[in-house]
Design a protein around this ligand. Structure first.
Ligand SMILES: NC(=O)c1ccc[n+]([C@@H]2O[C@H](COP(=O)([O-])OP(=O)(O)OC[C@H]3O[C@@H](n4cnc5c(N)ncnc54)[C@H](O)[C@@H]3O)[C@@H](O)[C@H]2O)c1
Length: 402
């Protein structure tokens, strides 16, 4: 199949391009290297030393004898989107090209506005270009489990059947997102569903949980093919931060009570879920939702799992809660979310417990790079003025940084 990856230079985009090209698909992609700039703007870097796109493409050609087409450009520019899709005429597009960090979107008005405009405009441009050029093309869009929030009822995969005042209907499940970033995904979902209803497009909206892992079978072939691994408060997920803290001998720092639960997925499974979605497209005019995660953990469960994996390797790991959770979120809540549809399509999930030791071993190689930026791990971005004030005398910062 001809597959276009929007956001090909990112954490998921690069290993996905390599994975799909190795499976025999014709792959093209675009990016404007914003993720590299955002991380630099926050004064941080990837723990893994990542290569330029030119080096990555060259290494891929050398190792696998195949090529991947790549265009540098801003997907907020409609002419650019129209041009690259017009040239390539994809059967499927995987849309990853968005600002993906909740804390980044919560920094201030500029970052909130950038996140929402960037994310909504890239999606709208892709919808319009698909409608104009290749209306049969399947748009696979990366959403997030964070769109649902944490309701006190089980979370279905996108839709639920409800009886209200004697009538019954199947409707989108209500969304209660917890940041400007997560809300940009909610707005995207509405826009995509509308385009499917009105123009007969087809789309799969993947409500993905946090992804963990560094290596895939293909990128292990050569160090130059490595994807990024961020560990700071802005772009590092909780698990990434915990793993980075473990290898430099810092306490792991769950926020608040640490009872917040989320659904996680291994990088290898994330690639496979996207492939399964592409190979099993929806009908024309169909907008469907898959919940893309494989295991649910609370933050203290995660910290405990990293502690156990570290201790197996002879690393002594402490856990020290950040007293004030910088986010406005439920610290204790129900989290029962369905995730059956991708399993039905053939997903065979990996377990986190089997991956942690590899992640820690990989990161140990880059310990100096983490050590050099360790001051970026603890939270400084707060969801509200009240949170910032409450955290002003945070004891843990002094303890952890001494
Ligand atoms: N990584 C996760 O744990 C996770 C979890 C749930 C959802 N997602 C979603 O998956 C997608 C990919 O995530 P990721 O972790 O690979 O993020 P990433 O930031 O590493 O990748 C996104 C890529 O898109 C590019 N991009 C953004 N805006 C662009 C624009 N206007 N023009 C051209 N390129 C642009 C960036 O430069 C970056 O390389 C995102 O939409 C994210 O919200 C990720």
């Amino acid at each position: 199949m001809r597959i276009f990856i929007a956001g090909m230079d990112g954490y998921l985009g690069w290993p996905l391009a390599v994975y799909l090209a190795c499976k025999g698909h014709e792959v093209a992609g675009a990016d404007i290297f914003m993720r590299r700039k955002w991380v630099k703007e926050r004064g941080n870097h990837s723990a893994t030393p990542i290569r330029s796109m030119r080096d990555r493409l060259g290494a891929f050609r050398e190792v696998f004898g195949k090529s991947i087409a790549f265009h540098v450009g801003d997907l907020r520019q409609y002419e650019f989107v129209h041009h690259v899709l017009g040239d390539f005429r994809p059967d499927a597009i995987v849309h990853l090209a968005e600002q993906p960090s909740a804390p980044y979107s919560m920094i201030d008005i500029d970052h909130a506005m950038f996140t929402q405009t960037n994310n909504l405009v890239t999606t709208l441009n892709l919808l319009y270009a698909v409608y104009d050029l290749c209306p049969d093309c399947h748009l696979v869009k990366l959403g997030t489990m964070g769109e649902y929030g944490t309701p006190n009822v089980p979370i279905p995969e996108g839709f639920f059947t409800i009886e209200y005042r004697g009538k019954t209907d199947t409707l989108p499940f209500p969304k209660q997102a917890g940041s400007w970033y997560h809300l940009s995904k909610v707005h995207d979902s509405q826009n995509i569903a509308f385009a499917c209803r009105s123009w007969g497009l087809r789309s799969t909206d993947l409500m993905q949980g946090p992804v963990y892992g560094i290596r895939t079978e293909e990128t292990q072939a050569d160090e130059r093919l490595l994807t990024r691994f961020d560990f700071g408060e802005v772009f590092g997920t909780a698990l990434n931060r915990f793993c980075a803290q473990a290898v430099i001998g810092f306490p792991l720092t769950p926020y608040g009570k640490g009872q917040q639960k989320r659904g996680f997925i291994n990088l290898i499974d994330s690639m496979r879920c996207i492939e399964l979605s592409i190979l099993n497209p929806p009908d024309r005019a169909e907008y469907r939702v898959f919940n893309q995660f494989t295991e649910i953990f609370s933050m203290v469960d995660l910290a405990q799992a990293v502690k156990e994996a570290g201790e197996k390797m002879g690393i002594s790991v402490q856990v020290a809660h950040v007293e004030v959770d910088p986010r406005v979120e439920a610290e204790r809540h129900l989290y029962e979310a369905d995730h059956q549809k991708l399993l039905d399509l053939g997903l065979q999930p990996h377990r986190m417990v089997d991956a942690l030791e590899y992640i820690l071993r990989d990161l140990t190689k880059y310990k100096d790079r983490i050590e050099a930026k360790k001051e970026h791990i603890l939270p400084t971005i707060y969801w509200s003025k009240e949170k910032r004030e409450a955290a002003a005398g945070l004891r843990l910062r002094e303890v952890a940084l001494r």
